[in-house]
Design a protein around this ligand. Sequence first.
Ligand SMILES: C[S@@+](CC[C@H](N)C(=O)[O-])C[C@H]1O[C@@H](n2cnc3c(N)ncnc32)[C@H](O)[C@@H]1O
Length: 284
Amino acid sequence: MKIILFGSGQGGQMAAEWLPSDCELLAFADNNPEKWGTSSSWNEVPVINPAQIPALAPDMVWITVLNQDAARSIEAQLPKLGYTGPVGTLDPFRQVMDLRLAHLRLLAREIRRRKLPGAVAELGVYRGIFAAEINRLFPDRTFYLFDTFTGFPLNDVNAERDLTSRTRASAGDFGDTSMEQVRGRLPHPEQAVFCQGYFPDTLPADLPPLAFVSLDPDLHEPTLAGLRAFWPKLVPGGVILIHDYNSAQFEGAGKAVRTFCREQNLMVLPLADLHGSAVLLKQS
Ligand SMILES: C[S@@+](CC[C@H](N)C(=O)[O-])C[C@H]1O[C@@H](n2cnc3c(N)ncnc32)[C@H](O)[C@@H]1O
């Protein structure tokens, strides 16, 4: 099958990894004219003007933009461009599949099977949606939750701008939450230890050994600080699940992981979820 992915950003880059080997990716189509004529970071496949789609005669166009309103308007745009063949969207996958959650469940199962000791933690909690799953999967473990609960700190955003001019992060993003909102979502709130404020300043001096950490602060500075703080606390066999490692939107997170892996001579295991998560496993 010959396919065109409409959307060359994060969704398109990860969806390209999902294609079977007998599927030929002809191009990424994108409505951003600045990208036309460039090579995508995915195997140098070209980014084209969507008006070129009918001439390439794909067997299918797969709309891989993550924004659902944008996906709807692309569905309406395709027939106007003269393309009337099969069209796919990410909707069926998003409705019944959450690969990051699947990885969390499988990792938790291994940690329980091996009876690894240790508490669990998340840096970057926001409204606690992922935190609630961690708490559900580790009901008998102390759960440390690190966040400002007022959104991205200004100094981390400024550091991100120094690192990459393409960042769209702003101070206060993800600030529409509260500790109480998160506590109300947790199935076992009695296990929660909230560490509210700027990380790493909020790191408890008596942080116990950890079996599992979810690292999801999006930006370079807290990602690197989190890795440096949590890795030494990880028990043998313990894992750090890192969101945004292969993110086109938050490049700083991947940079921080690569720096840390160089420092510690570690190999990262990239995952195939839409947001490009990755795992660091502490061997005995
Ligand atoms: C993408 S959100 C986390 C989403 C959450 N893990 C989920 O899956 O629902 C990123 C969070 O990181 C937090 N954050 C970023 N840098 C931080 C820092 N230096 N200290 C504390 N929190 C930070 C932000 O406040 C924000 O709530």
